[in-house]
Design a binder for this molecule. Structure first.
Ligand code: FAD
Ligand code: SF4
Length: 467
């Protein structure tokens, strides 16, 4: 196997991107992907460590040196299939995982130059295999005749479903929306994660035998007990996410033109409001203010810019250092002209006589001692209020689990935050044969953590149902 031992390149091969001025006028993906030669060059930087720290940094332990070595040798399809042994959704993870704080942060090359571009290589291999359109079934156990239900088709549910199908279970995923994918389809915008990619990854799971029930709300269409006791399901995995938006609870928040990021992004992504001929209305503000500092806020502000806003600003109460968004998303937002108003916090939303938003009243903040999260606590600077004129405000300050599951399955223990209490290692909840994982357990987190939880739960479901 060719390894990176001959490689002397300290810096990673950059991935070409759409020009910021052009891309802010369209919804096409921003990074354009590696060519074959770029991927091989980048892969050859890997020194194939005997004890690869990168693997320890990956929540699902993808065998990084092995798949990178395959790319270095031009074996692109084999590389994708190697990744899929540990990660069912590589084209998605290659695009949205926070690699800079996971595998790439641990990569030894980072000590003397830039770490290996693991995410870019993962994306390359997955896209290459997808473009070939060949379906290769992984090792599948024979059908065991047992039915398992999965609530929610986000990364947690999809991963659990794929793993269980491989184990021979008859798997049905119940999804409340008409389109499966969870946040991958309704939250993360097209310019970061093309929906065609999500659709293809889901098609792959369907080819493994996973059955999808769309427009099926567990808790309404059927309850968990109904599925277990009347519909013949032996176990249920709950991966229903944290789709209920938090608000700021400040005066004026119900004015016309105030959206939760959830609603704004769902209208744009899932209901395609960004298309000129779409039926779904969305207020295309001239001056849009997004409140928050995470990926959701970056996605909202960048979407507003693409929908034609003259100014799209982020208002965040701490500094850039404390922003939870991925650094690459902050970088892309800045390149696209998003204005960052840091150490600033809204105190009221001002509306005109007809109830339409006309400004956000903010107060300047300063940082005090660290709080429970370890980040320095923002404190208001007395008498520093000022107004930002705007016609749309997007609130991206967090999400919580929807109460429907806990209300209709009260024997599943929940935390004071409304998340389901489940064992991190095996997904078991307080209710026998009910498992949970992803944002419904952790609160809003990441795609790869949700996938890891789905994988762990699938393993314990298989163990428990074999007893
Ligand atoms: P979800 O993806 O929320 O999926 C849950 C699914 O369950 C949904 O489809 C929902 O409709 C369905 N559902 C809920 N209740 C029911 C019910 N009662 N019956 C049937 N179906 C139900 N993470 C990253 O790693 N990188 C990023 O760049 C990133 N960017 C993000 C950007 C945005 C705008 C958002 C909102 C999140 C982002 N995240 C990112 C976080 C990440 O998407 C989530 O952590 C992840 O999707 C959680 O997966 P999940 O499967 O637990 O839940
Ligand atoms: Fe390759 Fe970096 Fe992993 Fe070492 S730590 S195997 S160089 S990706």
């Amino acid at each position: 196997m060719t390894t990176g031992k001959k490689s002397v390149c300290a810096e990673r091969i950059p991935m070409k991107e759409q020009d910021p001025k052009a891309r802010v006028k369209n919804f096409n993906e921003v990074p354009l992907g590696y060519s074959e030669s770029e991927a091989v060059l980048e892969a050859r930087r890997c020194v194939q460590c005997k004890k690869p720290l990168c693997v320890k940094g990956c929540p699902v332990n993808v065998n990084i040196p092995e798949f990178v070595g395959l790319i270095a040798n031009g074996k692109f399809v084999e590389a994708a299939r190697r990744i899929k042994e540990d990660n069912a959704l590589p084209a998605i993870c290659g695009r949205v995982c926070p690699q800079e704080t996971q595998c790439e942060e641990k990569c030894i090359l980072g000590k003397k130059g830039s770490p290996l571009a693991v995410g870019n290589l993962e994306r390359f291999a997955a896209d290459f295999e997808m473009a070939r359109g060949e379906f290769a079934a992984p090792g599948m156990r024979p059908k065991n005749g047992k039915k398992v239900g999965v609530v929610g088709s986000g990364p947690a549910g999809l991963t659990a479903a794929g793993e269980l199908a491989k184990q021979g279970f008859d798997v049905t995923v119940f999804e409340a929306f008409h389109e499966p994918g969870g946040v991958l389809v309704y939250g993360i915008p097209e310019f970061r994660l093309p929906k065609e990619i999500v659709r293809k990854e889901i098609n792959y799971l369907e080819k493994l035998g996973v059955h999808l029930e769309r427009n099926f709300i567990v808790g309404r269409t059927a309850t968990i007990d109904g599925l277990l006791n009347e519909e013949g399901f032996s176990a249920i995995f709950v991966g229903s996410g944290a789709g209920l938006p938090s608000f700021m609870r400040i005066p004026g928040e119900n004015s016309i033109g105030v959206y939760s990021a959830n609603e704004y992004l769902t209208r744009s992504n899932l209901m395609k409001a960004y298309k000129e001929d779409a039926d779904t209305p969305i207020i295309r503000g001239r001056h849009v203010v997004t409140v928050g500092g995470g990926n959701v806020a970056m996605d909202s502000a960048r979407t507003a810019a693409r929908l034609g806003a003259e100014t799209s600003s982020i208002v965040y109460r701490r500094t850039e250092t404390e922003m939870p968004a991925r650094s690459v998303e902050i970088h892309h937002a800045k390149e696209e002209g998003i204005i960052f108003r840091l150490l600033t916090n809204p105190v009221a939303i001002l509306a005109d006589a007809q109830g339409f938003v006309k400004a956000v009243r903010c107060i300047r903040m300063e940082l005090g001692a660290p709080d429970d999260s370890g980040r320095r606590r923002p404190l208001p600077v007395e008498g520093s209020e000022f107004d930002i004129d705007c016609d749309v405000v997007i609130v991206a300050v967090g999400n919580n689990p929807h109460p429907l599951i806990r209300e209709t399955a009260p024997d599943i223990a929940v935390s004071k935050h409304g998340t389901i209490v489940a064992d991190e290692a095996d997904g078991r909840t307080s209710k026998k044969f009910v498992y949970a994982g992803g944002d419904i357990v952790t609160g809003a987190a990441t795609v790869i953590l949700a996938m890891g939880a789905g994988k762990n739960a699938a393993k314990s479901i298989a163990e428990d149902l074999a007893k």
